[in-house]
Design a protein around this ligand. Structure first.
Ligand SMILES: [Fe+2]
Length: 315
């Protein structure tokens, strides 16, 4: 049901989009100063819906950056390639910065195919990211198929596991490796020494706990930067990942965002996975730019909680 935020200096409406997650925010102009009350209302909406879509925004790069900075420090992208127009922007586009429609075999276009697998942005970092903010400047026409961004709610996915699976997954860690995503597509340019050094492989708990949600748990994995589960034989880990990939696709956990021009969509990388759906890249142009807000610390797993509780009992 739509609700009006009463305390906001700028009145706006929050419309939930599905049962699983997602809300659109109508009537707010993000180029205008945000009052503390407005920002608090946005934080609440983000915490509750995990994906918030601000409709009808006209944002240049400066305004996009300024709004992103409200949420924390920005990440710098590790790629040495040309998908970025600045170190803090990642262009998710099949067009060049100059506006030319690029061929399908252009590396900038190929990079997007890695994004068609479930993932969460920057999970290959020791400190995974908090949120991404993606802004659409060119979108597909209504009649075109595909081109959506799908999201899957990993809090709901964890809750729906059987007790046996919850126990089985509790001690596991997944290896997240930036280079793995690059290797999936041999046509991509080879990884450089700079990139390899910037993002070596890291392990994160498969079951992530969230201190800001009363230690509620979610699943935390990636199908584009992941191939191995620590503590399992390689084939066993790959089979588990295949199962998780299908499990995350269940409709009850997901929301598919059909982009309109001038949408700014912000999503929570800590509790969601997302993936791009394919579209006819030779026929249609699509251009988005993204900023990413850095996380505040490493992903916590149930193990971290067990240590904390043991220390508390010692005192
Ligand atoms: Fe992504």
């Amino acid at each position: 049901m739509a609700t009006q935020d009463p305390q906001a200096a700028q009145p706006f409406t929050i419309n939930p989009l599905t049962e699983a997650l997602g809300a659109e925010i109508i009537g707010l102009d993000l180029t205008q100063p945000l009052s503390d009350a407005t920002f608090t209302a946005l934080e609440r909406a983000f915490h509750q819906y995990h994906v918030i879509c601000f409709r009808d925004q006209v944002l240049d790069e400066e305004a996009h950056l300024a709004f992103t900075r409200h949420w924390g420090e920005l990440e710098i992208f590790p790629e040495e390639d040309k998908t970025k127009s600045a170190k803090t922007f990642y262009n998710v586009a099949n067009t060049s910065v100059e506006g030319e429609h690029l061929p399908e075999d252009d590396p900038k276009v190929l990079f997007q195919k890695v994004n068609a697998r479930w993932h969460t942005d920057s999970s290959y970092r020791y400190i995974p990211s908090f949120a991404s903010l993606m802004y659409s400047t060119e979108v597909l026409p209504d009649e075109a198929k595909g081109g959506e961004t799908e999201f899957s709610n990993m809090l709901a996915a964890y809750d729906a596991l059987s007790d046996a699976d919850k126990r089985r997954f509790e001690p596991l860690h997944m290896v997240h490796h930036y280079e793995f995503g690059r290797r999936l597509f041999p046509a991509l340019p080879p990884i450089t020494a700079f990139e390899r050094n910037a993002v070596p492989p890291v392990s994160h708990p498969l079951v992530r706990v969230h201190p800001d949600r009363d230690y509620r748990r979610s699943l935390f994995f990636t199908v584009n930067a992941g191939n191995e589960v620590s503590g399992m034989a390689l084939e066993e880990g790959q089979a588990l990942l295949k199962w998780l990939d299908e499990y995350a696709s269940r409709p009850e956990f997901t929301y598919s965002h059909r982009w309109r021009e001038n949408d700014l969509v912000m999503w929570d990388n800590r509790v969601l996975l997302h993936r791009a759906t394919r579209y006819d890249m030779a026929r249609y142009r699509r251009a988005f730019r993204r900023t990413t807000v850095a996380g505040s610390g490493p992903a916590l797993g149930p193990f971290s909680l067990a240590v904390r509780d043991a220390l508390a009992n010692d005192q």
